[in-house]
Design a protein around this ligand. Structure first.
Ligand SMILES: Cc1cc2nc3c(=O)[nH]c(=O)nc-3n(C[C@H](O)[C@H](O)[C@H](O)COP(=O)(O)OP(=O)(O)OC[C@H]3O[C@@H](n4cnc5c(N)ncnc54)[C@H](O)[C@@H]3O)c2cc1C
Length: 562
């Protein structure tokens, strides 16, 4: 041990989300003595809460599924979506390295992804667009080899069906639309859960992981396979420099400061600042509230102060992976309102009872529409998603299953305040403090649009993303249905997020850029603590995890090749 240090490694990775885990695995596999430290008592960060989609253009799974892609097409699409706000060389680094990163994970770790062949890129009007395949997700990961370590993974009720069952996005889509094989798959999900004895007596938690939990679970097990240490409850407090180079970290462990030397360097992967109210007020559009994020509670922007203290430059600080959300009593994060905005018959209205945005747009754009339309004389924060009994019978509604499976009388008492219910639109409007005449006029308009299939106000249902989340059985437009059958329902909608995407500016190798120009030697940053590599845009399913894991792979390779 070198004098003055308590611990000595080659590469130190800070933060145990997908970015941190991929960085640690890659560095280890290239021969570096690697340590991963995590501030919380649980590992996985927002990655473990997430849907676990990764956007990887040109990936081998889409090729195997017969979907062609090319570097040129992916670049055309990214350049169009990012509109010149990102250096082309960074986009190219992402496009060329992402498929290689995925291959590495499949060949060397326990991560077993599958293609999402029909989940389209989000902007069909742009050149190089693909109607599916660039988004991939994990298959089910059997968490038995994790043992009790599973109980130390962050979890989120919103991605667990009925608070118990894990379902992949591919299966959820089939189940929702009763595609061939859906019932068999559902029975398998129930069976695997209830036949998992004696674990059923130990924990409610399902050991068949899907989505972000499967991604993180498989990576966690891959760390264990290598005896690669993950220290929980160990926040990084300070970067240590020598002659302008980052050479280690002061972390806190069991109440005392611990000096960890990192001979090759430090990779910051400590997530965004979504849980930090002061930073939200400083950088994000207003109003803003940390209670509206679905992101990990430990993501308080620590990398910003750690980086700034050694001269790092920040960028894209108002960028966020926006998501309309609705608070659910008893949940520690709000519900992401993903399906309800696109399913036919759910419409979002402002205080005047008027629509102000195409509700079915990709989530980032819907929230941007909320902010753009928010005026003192017509507030949109909160706004309300309104629907009728037919919608409620057929589709999920926040934390509730369709009323055909979970009638209102079966909704647990603690969840009842989540929704407002009334026999008439007048009464519903009164209860949510929305103008009743405006709401009735909106209902009349959308009922006509549902009949003709054309939303004359916002062209809802024109886009491929919108139709992907619509109901294919509803004609002529799978995203448009009437508000006609009492009782009527409403849930409040806030401009929430899945995490901030601004942070430390980095180069093609994920090295942190200094305010004075040049890079800060020994310091890399990946994932949401770094400024988004795709200019804070969301081109397709998995647009934060795809770049986070890719630049984690790039950073670790770069550090270990020096
Ligand atoms: C419900 C939900 C669904 C989502 N679905 C998707 C999806 O399908 N596809 C997609 O691309 N994105 C999705 N996202 C967004 C995605 O999860 C995040 O963008 C991504 O997980 C960020 O990864 P990360 O590794 O940068 O950070 P995180 O996974 O958040 O990990 C950061 C970790 O760093 C730790 N940390 C913080 N400070 C310190 C410190 N000082 N010292 C040590 N550790 C520290 C944190 O506690 C945390 O564990 C979703 C998010 C949510 C919440």
């Amino acid at each position: 041990m070198t004098a003055g240090w308590d611990h000595d490694v080659d590469v130190l990775v800070i933060g145990s989300g997908a970015g941190g885990m991929v960085a640690a695995l890659t560095a280890h596999d290239r021969g570096a003595r690697t340590l991963l430290i995590e501030k919380g008592d649980l590992y996985g960060g927002s990655s473990a809460k997430s849907g676990g989609g990764l956007w990887i253009p040109g990936n081998h799974l889409m090729r195997e599924a017969g979907i062609a892609d090319s570097v040129n097409d992916a670049m055309d699409y990214l350049k169009a979506v990012t509109r010149g706000r990102e250096p082309e060389e960074r986009l190219l680094a992402f496009v060329t390295q992402a498929p290689e990163m995925l291959r590495y994970l499949v060949d060397r770790t326990r991560f077993r992804p599958q293609c999402m062949p029909t989940y389209p890129d989000y902007y069909p009007d742009q050149p190089g667009w693909r109607g599916g395949g660039r988004g991939i997700e994990s298959t089910y990961f059997d968490a038995r080899p994790l043992g009790d370590d599973l109980l130390r993974m962050v979890t989120y009720t919103g991605t667990v069906m009925m608070g118990r069952y894990n379902v992949t996005l591919n299966d959820a889509h089939d189940m929702l639309w009763r595609n061939p094989g859906w019932a068999k798959n559902l029975l398998k999900v129930f069976g695997r859960y209830w036949f998992d004895l004696p674990w059923r007596f130990r924990s409610r938690r399902c050991r068949d992981l899907s989505a972000g939990a499967a991604l993180v679970g498989s990576l966690r097990r891959s760390l264990m396979d290598r005896d690669l240490p993950l220290w929980l409850g160990t926040p990084a407090r300070e970067l240590v420099t020598e002659g302008g180079q980052v050479v280690g970290v002061v972390a806190e462990r069991e109440g005392r400061a611990l000096r960890i030397r990192a001979r090759r360097g430090v990779i910051l992967a400590s997530g965004g600042f979504e849980a930090n109210q002061a930073l939200r007020e400083r950088y994000l559009p207003q109003p803003t509230d940390a209670a509206w994020t679905v992101g990990n509670a430990g993501n308080t922007g620590d990398a910003l102060s750690l980086g700034e203290a050694v001269g790092a430059k920040l960028n894209l600080m108002s960028s966020c992976c926006w998501m309309p959300v609705s608070p659910v009593p008893g949940w520690d994060s709000p519900a992401s309102v993903l399906f309800e905005r696109t399913l036919p018959g759910g419409y979002i209205v402002n205080r005047h009872g008027a629509r102000f945005v195409n509700e079915a747009l990709p989530y980032i754009d819907t929230v941007e529409g909320m902010y753009a339309s928010n005026r003192p004389d017509a507030p949109t924060i909160p706004s309300y998603l309104v629907c009728d009994a037919t919608f409620r019978r057929k589709y999920p509604f926040g934390p509730l299953l369709p009323s055909s499976a979970q009638p209102d009388w079966m909704v647990p008492r603690r969840l009842r305040s989540f929704m407002t219910k009334a026999d008439t639109l007048d009464e519903l409007a009164r209860r949510i403090d929305v103008d009743a005449e405006g709401l009735k006029a909106t209902a009349a308009r959308v009922n006509e649009y549902a009949r003709t299939g054309v939303d004359l106000d916002f062209r809802r249902g024109d886009g491929a993303y919108e139709r992907f989340y619509g109901d294919p059985a509803v004609k002529p437009n799978p995203t448009l249905g009437p508000i006609a059958t009492p009782p009527f329902y409403a849930m409040p909608i806030y401009p929430g997020d899945l995490g901030t995407t601004g942070g430390l500016e980095t180069d093609v190798h994920a090295q942190v850029i200094a305010q004075q120009g040049g890079v800060i030697p020994g310091l890399h940053a990946v994932g949401n603590c770094s400024a988004s590599a795709i200019a804070g845009t969301y081109p397709g399913p998995g647009s934060t995890l795809g770049p986070a894991t890719t630049f984690a792979y790039i950073a670790a390779r770069h550090l270990t090749s020096q």
